[in-house]
Write a protein that binds this ligand. Structure first.
Ligand SMILES: [Zn+2]
Length: 308
């Protein structure tokens, strides 16, 4: 399996999709002026027990025994989006598509993009290329069994794309994936040299687009703030003003949430303290901050923002 060229090209900055063919599929919040840069809203569709590397719940053989809370939590997100007419991208775990096919149909029925988050929520660097391909294909099959339509987007569990797993990109492209959203330009995850803005990458199977995690430059480092624990920690005005600054320069931000972040009552998994903090700290902030962002900024699915 060969790799990809390192050279990346910035993608054309997306504008308000209501003015484009893609935009006619996307909604926009009230009061957003035409020509505004549109941000990408994404949901990693997984349940409360899908925590990478968590000993207690790591065995997929046990998953069917756990209470399913993903449908109820996802409907909370769907109503938040529905009242504002916003379409998002749902990176669906294949396991969830198998267990809750009606949920995937409901997501598609409301006009959202259905993309893949892999099947068993395994980080890329824990798999061989063959295992990765099998996991990807199983997720695509599970999604196809639930809902019609072509899946063109992929997000790795826990943003686990790494320089040494670049072999994953041609595999994704080989199976029809046209954009990846798994790169994190950070020193401690991903790679600090990864792109910070949407760009195009060449693979042996053709071009694939990358929409990396949005970061801000701060004291020479890239800092995340648009999802997960970083969004729950960052002050709302900081998140909003940072995205507005990015948009003013013509670039879209990428925001991500998980259904379990809308579920304060979920069962708590035994985790090392750092992962417990990352997973459960300040959960109530996510619905509040997301609601604010949806009110103040234009959002659409990744597919519409990138125009793929
Ligand atoms: Zn995940």
């Amino acid at each position: 399996m060969t790799g990809v060229t390192a050279r990346v090209e910035p993608a054309a900055p997306p504008t308000d999709p209501r003015g484009s063919a893609a935009g006619r599929r996307a909604g926009g919040p009230r009061g957003v002026s035409s020509g505004a840069v549109v941000n990408a809203l994404t949901v990693d569709l997984e349940d409360w027990y899908h925590v990478c590397g968590a000993g207690e719940t790591a065995d997929p053989g046990q998953w069917s025994a756990y209470e399913s809370r993903v449908t109820r939590n996802t409907h909370t997100i769907l109503s938040l989006l529905g009242t504002r007419g916003i379409r998002a991208t749902f990176f669906v775990l294949g396991f969830v598509a198998e267990r809750e096919p009606g949920l995937i149909r409901a997501i598609a029925r409301e006009g959202h993009e259905v993309a893949t988050h892999g099947h068993f929520h395994r980080r890329i660097f824990e798999m061989s290329p063959l295992e990765f391909e099998a996991d990807l294909v199983r997720s695509l099959d599970a999604i196809a069994a639930a809902v019609a339509g072509t899946v063109v987007g992929y997000r790795a569990p826990e943003w686990s794309m790494r320089p040494h797993t670049a072999w994953a990109l041609p595999i994704l492209r080989k199976h029809g994936i046209r954009y990846d959203s798994s790169m994190v330009p950070l020193t401690r995850m991903g790679d600090r040299a990864y792109p910070r803005l949407p760009c195009r990458l060449a693979t042996d199977y053709g071009e694939i687009m990358e929409f990396p995690l949005t970061t801000v430059r701060c004291f020479g480092e890239n800092l995340p703030f648009t999802g997960g624990l970083p969004m729950r920690l960052a002050p709302y005005f900081y998140i909003l003003s940072s995205i507005r600054r990015l948009n003013a320069r013509g670039h879209p931000a990428l925001v991500y949430v998980h259904p379990w972040e809308f579920d304060a009552e979920q069962p708590r998994i035994e985790l090392p303290w750092s992962r417990r903090f990352m997973h459960y700290y300040n959960l109530s902030a996510t619905p509040r901050k997301l609601g604010g962002l949806l009110t103040h900024l234009p959002f659409a699915s990744v597919r519409d923002v990138l125009g793929v």
